[in-house]
Design a protein around this ligand. Structure first.
Ligand SMILES: Nc1ncnc2c1ncn2[C@@H]1O[C@H](COP(=O)(O)OP(=O)(O)OP(=O)(O)O)[C@@H](O)[C@H]1O
Ligand SMILES: [Mg+2]
Length: 243
């Protein structure tokens, strides 16, 4: 899968320009970390990649075809965890996943083993029958990750997936994402540079709606003569206006 962003811009109704002229090509297999300060435009970019938001200018091509013409294909080939997502609090984790599988067009027979698979991947076995309202923040986050993995999509977009996870779960999920990315295109945003350093093969840094770095984490460290990605990132952001 190849995604091309061509001179992509987004200006919100109130006049705020959240993304300016983004040119970028992303190809699978890859695990791409998207980082940048609050308000940099990460969620805006992810919403446009998942056709949840229309660009103000420019276009997105998926395997050479405009995204706008592929919404039906996208339903089965895309997994998306939004930064803010509503869960149906009165459903159990399992019922919610069943509902999401139906929305994704997975037939009832195929849905059963698929739900088992994602429950096991996200370590929700003990909570599968529990109503979502009774889950902890991190457990709810795992239900959100689980629904994004349903149907084994080729493109997975996670907006801050590791928020609220305890350290052991964070490491487990980094491994899970790295594993998924062996055959897919996985894009995740995060404020935890360690998530990127240990798992991502590609890094994109956004600041005030513009890309200020795209490349490997190692190349950024070399460029900034830094011993850690955190230091290299801080050096990159130094002197730039943080939004
Ligand atoms: N619906 C909206 N209407 C108007 N402005 C918006 C809207 N959504 C986002 N913005 C603005 O667009 C800019 C980018 O926001 P976005 O949510 O993409 O940032 P982000 O990089 O995801 O930040 P964070 O790290 O806080 O999640 C911000 O200045 C924000 O105020
Ligand atoms: Mg965001």
């Amino acid at each position: 899968m190849k995604i091309e962003l061509k001179e992509l811009s987004k200006t919100y109704k109130g006049g705020k320009t959240a993304l300016k002229n983004i040119d970028l090509t992303l190809a699978s297999p890859s695990l791409i970390g998207l980082v940048g300060p609050n308000g940099a435009g990460k969620s805006t970019l992810m919403k446009m990649l998942t056709a949840n938001l229309l660009p103000s200018a420019g276009e997105i091509l998926i395997d050479g075809q405009p995204l706008a013409k592929q919404e039906m294909n996208l339903k089965s080939s895309l997994g998306y965890l939004p930064q803010e997502f509503g869960l149906f609090e009165d459903l159990s984790a399992e019922q919610f996943l069943d509902y999401m599988a139906a929305l994704k067009g997975i037939d009832a027979k195929a849905a059963k083993p698929e739900i088992e698979r994602v429950i096991s991947l996200t370590h929700l076995e003990e909570k599968r029958k529990a109503k979502i309202r009774t889950l902890s923040g991190g457990q709810k986050q795992r239900v959100g990750i689980a629904q994004a993995l349903l149907g084994d999509p080729k493109l997975i977009i996670f907006d801050e997936p590791t928020v609220g996870l305890d350290p052991a779960e964070r490491v487990a999920f980094r491994n899970l994402f790295a594993d998924a990315a062996k055959s897919k295109l996985v894009i995740l945003s995060t404020h935890i540079i360690e998530d990127v350093q240990s798992a991502c093969d590609h890094l994109i840094v956004l600041n005030q709606g513009e890309i200020c770095y795209a490349g490997t984490p190692d190349a950024l460290m070399a460029k900034k003569s830094a011993s850690s990605l955190e230091t290299a990132y801080m050096a990159l952001m130094d002197g730039r206006d943080r939004a």
